[in-house]
Design a protein around this ligand. Sequence first.
Ligand SMILES: [Fe+2]
Length: 175
Amino acid sequence: MVKAAALMSGMPERPKKGAFMGRLKELRKYVDAEINRMENVDKRTGAIAHLYGVSLAATMIARRRGLDAELLSMAAMLHDLHAYKTGSYDDHAHKGADLARQILGELKLTNEEETDLICSAIYHHDDKLVVDSPADEALKDADVIHHCMNDLSKAVKEKEQARFAALCEEFGMQG
Ligand SMILES: [Fe+2]
């Protein structure tokens, strides 16, 4: 218990249960509705698994690194939405950042600074071989965790190997 308390020190407190619908939940409702428009069942299931998987990984990474878990989880929910909506990964990170800005503008869940953080993370998330801001890096790493750990029978992509190895080291995991 002492160790758990020590780990939690410095972390933002959790709100009490049930008082209001959090903005992550509100964003997820929006994203769920968008994804549910996809006709192909397998692609739809894959999209939901990936967005929620990256969202969870982003929360864990943010908690580990003292970053904003809520904002990074929100970024994760939006990060590949443009690709899922259009069926194309062509420049999907940059186009996805524009789409995220438009959605966040409509939903009014974030202030300007928070919107910028989310959109920057989405904009850079495909640049796995370079290092960007801590928040940008957290979304890249969350994406890599889901790519590499969702199905251990799949080989790790070459461009994600170094990043995945560093994550295994950071989290004390076997790759
Ligand atoms: Fe992704």
